[in-house]
Design a protein around this ligand. Structure first.
Ligand code: TYD
Length: 134
């Protein structure tokens, strides 16, 4: 599985850094930005895939693990650098876990929220990717 990490341009300064996400940093048209925060360390988020949604996950603060499954392979990526974002394409099952205290996960998404776009059962996901394999 190809892991796509995106470098977020930064302006470094002894007084602190600025991460800048201009539209050309993100490889899709942005329709929505949301963020996960106050996530208990025991919580597992995600647990779904999307049929038609790209997302860029940016760990604004703290760290968390992202488990990605494409129906064949499984990869776990720790996100803990605010200047490195993880791109997740459609048809990828994701789980987010091991949130550190104070972690904030910003999600930049290519579509507005649409519950019909979710695949929430792993067995349905496997059926979907096998049926839609090119
Ligand atoms: P969900 O995407 O399942 O959360 P996560 O993947 O972070 O664990 O969303 C949790 C709930 O919030 C679900 O009932 C749908 C709702 N929701 C919205 O209403 N709008 C949104 O933009 C998002 C991301 C979720």
């Amino acid at each position: 599985m190809e892991i796509q990490l995106i470098d977020i341009p930064k302006i470094q300064n002894a007084k602190g850094n600025i991460g800048v996400i201009e539209l050309d940093v993100v490889p899709f048209d942005i329709k929505r930005v949301y963020y996960l925060y106050d996530v208990p360390s025991s919580a597992s988020r995600g647990g779904h895939a999307h049929k038609n949604l790209q997302q860029l996950l940016v760990p604004l603060s703290g760290s968390f693990d992202v488990v990605l499954k494409d129906g064949t392979e499984e990869v776990t990526i720790t996100l803990n650098k605010p200047d490195k974002g993880l791109l997740i394409n459609n048809n990828i099952w994701r789980e987010l876990e091991n949130f550190s205290s104070g972690a904030v996960c910003m999600v930049i998404a290519s579509r507005v929220y649409d519950e019909a776009d979710y695949i929430r059962e792993y067995a349905d996901f496997l059926d979907y990717v096998r049926t839609n394999k090119k």
